[in-house]
Design a binder for this molecule. Sequence first.
Ligand SMILES: NC(=O)c1ccc[n+]([C@@H]2O[C@H](COP(=O)([O-])OP(=O)(O)OC[C@H]3O[C@@H](n4cnc5c(N)ncnc54)[C@H](OP(=O)(O)O)[C@@H]3O)[C@@H](O)[C@H]2O)c1
Length: 258
Amino acid sequence: MTAVAFITGASSGIGRAAALEFARQGIHVAGIARRSQRLSELEAEINQLPAPHGEFLGVVADVTDPSSLADAVAQTVERFGRLDILVANAGLGHRGVMVDAEWHDLHTVLQTNIEGVLHSIRAAVPAMRQNGEGHIIIVSSVSYNLTSPYTSIYAASKAFVSSLANSIRLELAPEHIAVTDILVGRTETEFNERRLGEGKRAGQGVPTMPAGQVAQAIVKAAQHRPRRVILRLVDRLIIWGNILVPGLIGQLAKRQYR
Ligand SMILES: NC(=O)c1ccc[n+]([C@@H]2O[C@H](COP(=O)([O-])OP(=O)(O)OC[C@H]3O[C@@H](n4cnc5c(N)ncnc54)[C@H](OP(=O)(O)O)[C@@H]3O)[C@@H](O)[C@H]2O)c1
């Protein structure tokens, strides 16, 4: 029986790389996003992988719409017969002064990064219950506990999902559904170009990693089901720095993000 991963935000960046990595490992993938052309291109790339590889089903869906996600889960189960792993990855950044920002932009970030994760989990878990087990992987950020001037809405949205991960892990454990929180650091993706609010300049100073590195960590997490994943030493230092010297980290972040 082949495992099935359901990945939101599979049309670019980390989600796309994770879809390729799961398929390389022989796992079937349902890739969710709004850009259908990108999903078709990904399907073609997966079909070119050396055999044996997992199959790919692209589903056009919007994570802010619960009925669209329920339909995507139904299509996944119809095609592959099951859903084992949810990678709740779709997300969006924002830069700017929270009080002065366009409400529409702030609301879009909250709907995507918070409600999108809630809808994804609520849509996928009933399918996992059919198997008597499952695994939710939440793609959060090192920003989850970061003092984050000028990127406050994004950081707060990641604080929400990381907090959620800790609590629902205990709610779902009796049903053998594991929850992993991945605290991702700066990664080379389309994240900065697509970010809402002011400017597209990436923060300086912290090195980026390729999306494939995060994808490998996601696939490894699917094998071992850890509670939390932090990929690099620099990401660990950012998280611990914010616990030990939040004032200093806040000043450094302010310089990065303004
Ligand atoms: N890049 C980084 O430095 C970094 C660091 C820490 C954490 N992360 C997190 O990693 C995750 C993936 O981001 P990325 O860096 O890979 O950025 P990305 O290349 O911009 O990918 C974002 C993905 O989310 C999808 N998406 C956005 N809104 C959606 C919606 N309403 N419905 C369905 N899909 C939606 C996009 O697809 P469509 O537009 O086609 O729908 C796209 O596939 C995000 O949660 C982000 O917060 C990124």
